[in-house]
Design a binder for this molecule. Structure first.
Ligand code: CA2
Length: 150
């Protein structure tokens, strides 16, 4: 039987993880995040497509691509979370369960990080738990997919 597919989408600068600002984002790299996701997806019996882009248009296109292909989206849209209505519109258009992740606790940081457009389309939001946030997000999306199928 084919496993349900979840897109794990990462926005701008997340390719820099582990290279700078370890006091905020820790020392793990984006490859480490992908490995955690692969491991957790295996346990949850879901398939994942893990991607990162620095380009807003590409992120929008990837979200659109989910329609009819994926059963859910886990997204850390990075700074586009706080700026991009285009990302929000794309997420709303695909009508899929969405879990938003932020590695850092955006509410303990600058006030411009306190609002997220992505949250308007998200079923749930996880922030401040580091890389564990991705594992929790995958568990949540797997539950939501199961609920939808039953
Ligand atoms: O906490 C998060 O996961 C964020 O989405 C990360 C974004 C930030 O703009 C959001 O407000 C919160 C930044 C992506 C990572 O940027 C880095 C820059 C330099 C070195 C390492 C990471």
């Amino acid at each position: 039987m084919e496993l349900p597919l979840v897109y794990v989408l990462n926005g701008p600068n997340l390719n820099m993880l582990g290279m700078r600002q370890p006091q905020i984002y820790g020392s793990a790299t984006l490859d480490d995040v992908e490995q955690i996701c692969i491991q957790n997806a295996e346990n949850l019996e879901i398939a994942i497509d893990f991607r990162q882009t620095n380009d807003e248009g590409e992120l929008v296109s990837w979200i659109q691509e989910c329609k009819g292909k994926a059963k859910g989206i886990v997204i850390n849209a990075g700074a586009y979370s706080h700026t991009s209505i285009a990302t929000l519109d794309a997420l709303l258009s695909v009508e899929l369960p969405v879990i938003e992740v932020h590695i850092s606790n955006i509410y303990r940081r600058e006030s411009f990080r306190h609002h997220s457009y992505v949250s308007h389309a998200a079923t749930g939001v996880i922030c401040g738990l580091g890389l564990q946030g991705y594992a929790l997000a995958l568990a949540a999306i797997a539950d939501l997919i199961l609920e939808e199928d039953n």
